[in-house]
Write a protein that binds this ligand. Structure first.
Ligand code: FE
Length: 173
């Protein structure tokens, strides 16, 4: 069946990622996959797509930890090495760090699953985690605001795409 085929694909990907990623990043990927599946179930999204996107969202990060580039590279590797053909899955991986204007439901789920999976510990995570199961947009707004605050306080480079996403979601309220 289709579900069985997906489960086999996921088991194959897990085996490769366990070698490809370090332990910490591998556990983060599994955590994101499981969180994405739960969110998909609550918000009425395709659970198989959410699992695959969550599992692969950082698949390139083991090779280079450049935070601003790893999303695009991970989407590329998901396509070329892991044979993912679905554009919604690839876009969810591509935009998981900053989000973007007009995000799909799957893109929102992967964005927030990455930030709240059980291995994530930072001030405010509990509130964002709770909100993600009530109002996805609100959870993403809180998450982006906390990221932007973090970047400001440390004098780091702010990715404008995060600001665009935040403004877009706030306008939609
Ligand atoms: Fe991640």
């Amino acid at each position: 069946s289709c579900i069985r085929k997906n489960e086999m694909q996921i088991e194959e990907i897990k085996k490769e990622l366990e070698i490809e990623l370090g332990k910490k990043l591998y556990l983060h990927s599994i955590g994101t996959m499981e969180e994405a599946e739960k969110l998909a179930s609550v918000h009425g999204c395709d659970k198989s797509k959410a699992k695959i996107a969550g599992l692969l969202h950082d698949c390139w990060k083991g090779r280079c930890k450049d935070n601003l580039k790893h999303s695009k590279e991970s989407a590329e590797l998901a396509k070329t090495k892991f044979d993912v053909k679905d554009d919604d899955i690839l876009n969810a991986i591509m935009y998981h760090t900053t989000g973007r204007v007009n995000m799909t439901l799957l893109e929102k789920i992967i964005f927030i699953a990455d930030k709240i999976e059980p291995n994530r510990h930072y001030p405010g995570v509990e509130e964002i985690r709770r909100e993600a199961y009530i109002n996805l947009d609100e959870a993403i707004i809180k998450s982006l605001e906390s990221t932007i605050e973090y970047v400001k306080n440390r004098n780091l480079v702010l990715d404008m795409e995060s600001v665009n996403t935040l403004n877009y979601l706030k306008e939609g309220k």
